[in-house]
Design a protein around this ligand. Structure first.
Ligand SMILES: Nc1nc2c(ncn2[C@@H]2O[C@H](COP(=O)(O)OP(=O)(O)OP(=O)(O)O)[C@@H](O)[C@H]2O)c(=O)[nH]1
Ligand SMILES: [Mg+2]
Length: 359
C-alpha cells in the first residue's frame, strides 16, 4: 500500500436547528399560548486515533467531513433532534494543525484518543421562551448558530524510539532486518526504501524498543535532491538516532565527509535533531580484512572527533548488531531512571515535564 504522511482536510460541523414559532391550537382552546420548541444542536466532527491505520492515504479520496445539522424545533413544544457527530479515523501519531492559524491543535499518540476539531452549532430558541406578561403571543424565535468549519493539516509522525539515518545503500534496511522481524526490501541500488518501516527490537520481557528505517538522504536533500528530507519528520519523536555509514565505500569516498554531509542536511531540516543523541554505526565491516577493520574505524572516529558511542558492525552478517541494540536498551533504561529521579525532585518544574514527554 502507498504510504502517505500528509493530508489537508476540511471539517464542517453541523449547524444548529432553528427555533420554532408556533401556537397551541386545539378545539376548545382557540388562543393557546406559544408552543414552538428549540432547534437541536448540530453534530460535531471528531478525530480518533486508530492503530489499525498506518497511513493517511484514505484522505486522498475523501477530503471533506461534515457532521449532521440539528433538526428545527417544532410545534407542541417539540424540540429538534440533535445532529449526529462525525468521527474520522486517523493513524496513531497524527499531528493536527489549523491551516489558517498554523497552530497545532492536537497530537493523537494513543489508540482511541479523540480530538474535537469542529464544534456543532447551538440550536435556536423556540417562541415558548419569549412569552412574558406583556407579550403572550410572541412571534419571536432565534435561528440556530452555524457549526465550525476548519481546514486542517494532518501530518503523520511515526512513533519510534530509535531512528536510522544515513546515505542510500548504507545498509539501514539490512540493519533493521538483522535486529527485528521487519522485512523491508534490500538492494544494491540507492533509494530502495521509499517509505519508513518500523521494527520492534525485543531483547526480553519488558525490554523492547521500536526502530524506524527511513529512506536514504543525500547531499542537497534539503533542497529536494533524491527523495528530499520530508521523511525526517519521522525522526521527530525518536530519542536516539543511529547514523549508519558504509565503512569502506566502493567509490573510495571519504567516510568522515559523508557523515558531515548528512549532518548538514539534518541541520537544515531541524537544528534540534543535531543535538539529539546520535551514535555512529560503521557498517559493512565484512568488506575489510579482519586485521584492518579496527584501525580504519578508529581513524574515521578520530578524524570526526566523535565523542558519542560508535560501533563497527556487519548488518548483513549480523555481526555486532545485537550489541548495538543492547546498548540502546541500556540507554533507554538509564534515561528513564534519570527522568524519574529528576521529576521526583522537582515535581512542579515545567521544563522537566517537557523533557519527560519527549521520552
Ligand atoms: N557487504 C555488506 N553489504 C551490506 C551490508 N549491509 C548492507 N549491505 C548491502 O548494501 C546494499 C544496500 O543495503 P540496504 O539495506 O538496502 O541499504 P539502505 O540504507 O536501506 O538503502 P536505501 O533504502 O536505498 O536508503 C545491499 O546490497 C545490501 O546487501 C553489510 O554489512 N555488508
Ligand atoms: Mg533501505
Amino acid at each position: 500500500m502507498k504510504f502517505v504522511d500528509e493530508a489537508i482536510i476540511k471539517v464542517l460541523a453541523g449547524d444548529g436547528g432553528n427555533g420554532c414559532i408556533s401556537f397551541r391550537r386545539e378545539k376548545f382552546i382557540p388562543f393557546g399560548g406559544p408552543d414552538g420548541g428549540d432547534g437541536g444542536g448540530g453534530g460535531s466532527v471528531w478525530l480518533i486515533a486508530d492503530e489499525g491505520l498506518n497511513t493517511l492515504i484514505d484522505f486522498r479520496h475523501q477530503r471533506s467531513f461534515k457532521a449532521q445539522r440539528g433538526q428545527n424545533g417544532m410545534g407542541s413544544q417539540m424540540y429538534g433532534k440533535g445532529g449526529d457527530d462525525t468521527v474520522v479515523r486517523v493513524p496513531v501519531g497524527t499531528v493536527i494543525t489549523n491551516v489558517d492559524t498554523d497552530e497545532t491543535i492536537g497530537d493523537l499518540t494513543v489508540h482511541g484518543q479523540r480530538l474535537l476539531v469542529a464544534l456543532g452549532g447551538k440550536g435556536g430558541l423556540g417562541n415558548i421562551h419569549f412569552k412574558s406578561s406583556v407579550n403572550r403571543a410572541p412571534r419571536k424565535s432565534t435561528p440556530g448558530t452555524p457549526g465550525e468549519v476548519r481546514e486542517l493539516k494532518l501530518e503523520l509522525k511515526l512513533l519510534a524510539d530509535v531512528g536510522l539515518l544515513g546515505f542510500p545503500n548504507a545498509g539501514k534496511s539490512t540493519f533493521i532486518r538483522a535486529v527485528s522481524a521487519a522485512t523491508p526490501r534490500v538492494a544494491d541500488y540507492p533509494f530502495t526504501t521509499l517509505h519508513p518501516n518500523l521494527g520492534v527490537v525485543s531483547l526480553g520481557t519488558d525490554q523492547s524498543f521500536v526502530i524506524a528505517d527511513i529512506p536514504g538522504l543525500i547531499e542537497g536533500a534539503a533542497d529536494g535532491a533524491g527523495l528530499g528530507i520530508q521523511f525526517l519528520r519521522h525522526l521527530a519523536r525518536t530519542s536516539l538516532l543511529l547514523h549508519l555509514v558504509d565503512v569502506a565505500p566502493l567509490d573510495g569516498a571519504d567516510v568522515a565527509e559523508q557523515v558531515r554531509a548528512i549532518e548538514h542536511e539534518l541541520s537544515k531540516f531541524d537544528a534540534e535533531l543535531l543535538d539529539r543523541p546520535r551514535w555512529l554505526v560503521l557498517n559493512k565491516a565484512d568488506v575489510l580484512p579482519e586485521e584492518e577493520r579496527q584501525a580504519v574505524a578508529e581513524d574515521i572516529v578520530k578524524r570526526l572527533g566523535w565523542t558519542q558511542p560508535w560501533f563497527l558492525v556487519s548488518a548483513i552478517a549480523r555481526e555486532n548488531t545485537m550489541e548495538v541494540c543492547q546498548k540502546v536498551q541500556r540507554f533507554f533504561v538509564s534515561q528513564r531512571a534519570e527522568h524519574a529521579g529528576r521529576t521526583e525532585m522537582h515535581p512542579g518544574d515545567v521544563r522537566m515535564r517537557g523533557d519527560g514527554e519527549s521520552i
